[in-house]
Design a protein around this ligand. Structure first.
Ligand code: DC
Length: 228
């Protein structure tokens, strides 16, 4: 029997982390966890309660409510991945909106929020056999993960990918807004004090600006086989 490992995938937004993570999880029969969805769901909660908007953020009210925020994933057979639920309600579509994208980096700077989510993520990975993607997986959540990947791609390539995704789902968005959002999030995510996005010392860097999905997947699967 092959041994089960933990695969940590970190990197800037829209580097295709989740696409590759989902493929790996499917191939290996592992659990896939999109931790960005968890930060997005907490952001949606803060928006619904008017704790945050473009020019105001009451982090103390959000911290006060943390215990009342219940996050869960439920696998959707048709879509082939687990959808995000916030207090029992499916929020998968709402958390991907540009409004949430604009505010999520601010919410992710709050240590209390990170503490809660990191704890939940560590519990999900206790039995290994997991692929988790985010910003601090290889550094904070699973520092002992057997395989750590750090994904990068140019901001322009990433904004184009994200723009296409949003257009495909029928959102009315401008490319310039998406590029600006990608650059702003890069800045906040990599300069925040608590768990900034940095490459773990033992992570393998992967620039996929000019690499197709198939090639990426095959290369990473070879790394996985070396570990198991
Ligand atoms: O992966 P994503 O773009 O959906 O993540 C949304 C935001 O959540 C991202 O801008 C930073 C934050 N995040 C984080 O701080 N730590 C994680 N492990 C995952 C996401």
């Amino acid at each position: 029997m092959t041994k089960k490992i933990t695969i940590a995938i970190d990197g800037f937004s829209s580097t295709g982390k989740s696409t590759i993570a989902k493929q790996l999880a499917k191939e290996l029969g592992y659990i896939y966890v999109d931790t960005g969805a968890m930060y997005r769901a907490v952001t949606l909660y803060a928006m619904q309660h008017n704790y945050i908007s473009e020019n105001h953020f009451d982090a103390s009210k959000l911290i006060h409510d943390l215990e009342a925020i219940s996050l869960s994933f439920s696998f959707n057979e048709t879509l082939g991945f687990a959808e995000m639920y916030l207090n029992g309600v499916n929020v998968e579509k709402e958390i991907r909106s540009i409004e949430v994208s604009k505010l999520v980096s601010k919410v992710s700077t709050v240590s209390g929020v990170r503490k809660k989510l990191v704890k939940e993520q560590q519990e999900m990975g206790i039995n290994k056999g997991i692929v988790m993607d985010g910003r601090d997986i290889g550094t904070v959540v699973f520092p002992d993960a057997e395989l750590k990947l750090f994904m990068t791609a140019s901001a322009d390539k990433r904004a184009k990918r994200r723009y296409k995704e949003l257009l495909d789902r029928g959102d009315n968005v401008k490319y310039e807004d998406i590029l600006q959002n990608v650059q702003e999030r890069d800045h906040i995510d990599s300069t925040r004090e608590d768990s900034p996005l940095v490459k773990a010392k033992d992570a393998i860097e992967f620039d996929n600006s000019d690499m197709g999905l198939k090639e990426q997947f095959e290369r990473i699967m070879r790394m996985v086989h070396d570990k198991i």
